[in-house]
Design a protein around this ligand. Sequence first.
Ligand SMILES: CC(C)(COP(=O)(O)OP(=O)(O)OC[C@H]1O[C@@H](n2cnc3c(N)ncnc32)[C@H](O)[C@@H]1OP(=O)(O)O)[C@@H](O)C(=O)NCCC(=O)NCCS
Length: 160
Amino acid sequence: MTRILDVAITHAAKPAVIERLLDAYLEELLGAGHRDYPYLSRYWSEPDRHPFVILADRRTAGFALVRDVEPDVLHEMSEFYVVPALRRQGVGRRAATLLFERFGGRWQLQFAVANARARSFWRFVVPAATETPNPNVLVHTMTWIASNPSTGTRTPDVSR
Ligand SMILES: CC(C)(COP(=O)(O)OP(=O)(O)OC[C@H]1O[C@@H](n2cnc3c(N)ncnc32)[C@H](O)[C@@H]1OP(=O)(O)O)[C@@H](O)C(=O)NCCC(=O)NCCS
């Protein structure tokens, strides 16, 4: 039987850990050679951006970048990553839930239509989310309320 990992999120005091994971994340989502992420340093200089490291059994398991679209009201899961070796063990689901609990409020995220895994994951974690295709770009937007992600509560659609 697979052992259940102890999952936690911790605010990243410095960029180093996330920087190390970001290359692999970008390469996986965008393909080889995509390493430019101009927003990262802003997570340590702007109060409406929140960088987190995901831990599993106290070891680094991934990262999450959260942005306040409206502080205390609407948050965006801007980036979310679990390292390949620790996938399909509930790490992503648990980490996302901890973030929803920590911030509360309404949430949104965008994912590429081509990223079927992301869609499947977020639909599993937030089954009640409203999903809106963006007609001119190949991304979908999901929105939901943190306190009630699985019971069918719907939020109005919001733009990024
Ligand atoms: C998407 C991602 C965060 C999932 O992390 P994870 O820790 O493996 O997720 P979990 O183990 O909590 O999965 C929960 C459920 O989501 C769904 N899911 C997760 N990965 C999936 C996959 N590759 N294919 C289909 N469904 C998937 C399943 O329903 C899964 O439950 P199950 O394992 O009991 O079937 C991880 O694969 C990842 O970092 N991918 C690359 C980056 C990315 O796509 N980020 C999202 C950008 S919006």
